[in-house]
Design a protein around this ligand. Structure first.
Ligand code: VAH
Length: 315
């Protein structure tokens, strides 16, 4: 039985749907800090900074697994760095403590944000320098170390993935740097143009949400003896810059055009991250195998947002 924190977020909203299909609706408890009016399964309001409530809710639900997704993302964390530290670290510490007390398996998402300007930019290795220059990156590196500590000291079965930018048609990401790669699809369908806050030529790792969700399930179901890494595996499906995703969209919406109005804060975050990371350890240890590249993702995104490419007349 699974408890998910941050269940109303970009990953959480799709993961809960998938988990309920795979494991049964009543075996997945969605929680978030705000009420969910139209949830179609078990739901509880939970502030991850309330350790006692987290313990009580997980115990009452008889959860054996926690997926801890509640966090502030990179751009928001630069605006509210202290709040980001308190929520990202306080929430994770509670998730680790409750997982230890209730003997739950724990998934904690990490991010390519753990890497900084001194990290090798291309084919970024699994083990390398991690000197991030963002509060979010500091939180993610500290989080990786804290998770490994709980695994080594207390035997908590905690596992993690260094997610790239995640792209999905539904719930939008909240306050990330890679969000441009989600916004561009919606603007292309609805307005025929998009003004990117990330500069042309800025490459970042990305992955389509279905591949991210499969990676979480595959990692959590993997034989622990095969895991040479706990927190956290590099995983990425593709790397592109704004001009390449725009060109792929133009193949379906010929009149689409991209403009640029660079946001210095999010541009500097993006430039501190790798161009592309090496996922080979995840492939070797538990068979990470993303299905979507930029071409396939674009077809599916435009289909889902625009009600089907086949039915669209050129703008
Ligand atoms: C962000 N989408 O932009 C998140 C993610 C690697 C990027 O961590 O902050």
């Amino acid at each position: 039985r699974i408890i998910v924190t941050g269940a109303l977020g970009q990953i959480g909203s799709e993961l809960v749907r998938k988990l309920r299909i795979e494991y049964g609706k009543d075996n997945v408890l969605a929680t978030d800090i705000r009420e969910d009016k139209n949830h179609d399964g078990p739901f509880e309001v939970l502030d991850v900074l309330d350790a006692l409530k987290m313990y009580e809710v997980a115990k009452k639900f008889k959860a054996d697994t926690m997926i801890h997704l509640a966090a502030l993302l990179s751009a928001t964390a630069e605006i509210k760095p202290i709040l980001a530290w308190e929520l990202n670290m306080g929430g994770l510490l509670n998730a680790l403590e409750v997982s230890k007390e209730l003997n739950m398996q724990l998934f904690n998402p990490s991010s390519i944000a753990v890497f900084g300007p001194s990290t090798p930019k291309n084919d970024t290795p699994q083990e390398t320098l991690q000197r991030p220059t963002t509060m979010y990156g500091v939180n993610k590196v500290a989080g990786e170390l804290l998770c490994d500590y709980y695994h080594l000291r207390y035997g908590v079965d905690v596992r993690g993935l260094r997610f790239p930018g995640l792209i999905s048609p539904g719930t939008p990401p909240g306050g990330g740097t890679t969000d441009y790669a989600v916004e561009i699809y919606h603007k292309a369908v609805n307005e025929g143009s998009y003004t990117s806050y990330i500069a042309e030529g800025t490459y970042m790792d990305m992955m389509y949400m279905p591949d991210a969700l499969n990676a979480i399930v595959e990692l959590m179901e993997a034989d622990p003896a095969k895991l040479t890494v706990r927190n956290a595996y590099n995983v990425s499906a593709m790397s592109f810059d704004p001009s390449e995703i725009a060109a792929e969209i133009k193949k379906h919406i010929p009149h689409f055009e991209i403009k640029y109005d660079v946001d210095p804060v999010r541009q500097s975050i993006a430039e501190s991250w790798p161009n592309n990371i090496d996922s080979s350890r995840a492939v070797a240890d538990w068979g990470f195998n993303p299905k979507y590249d930029l071409k396939a993702m674009t077809i599916d995104m435009l289909d889902k947002i625009g009600g089907g490419i086949k039915s669209r007349t050129p703008l």
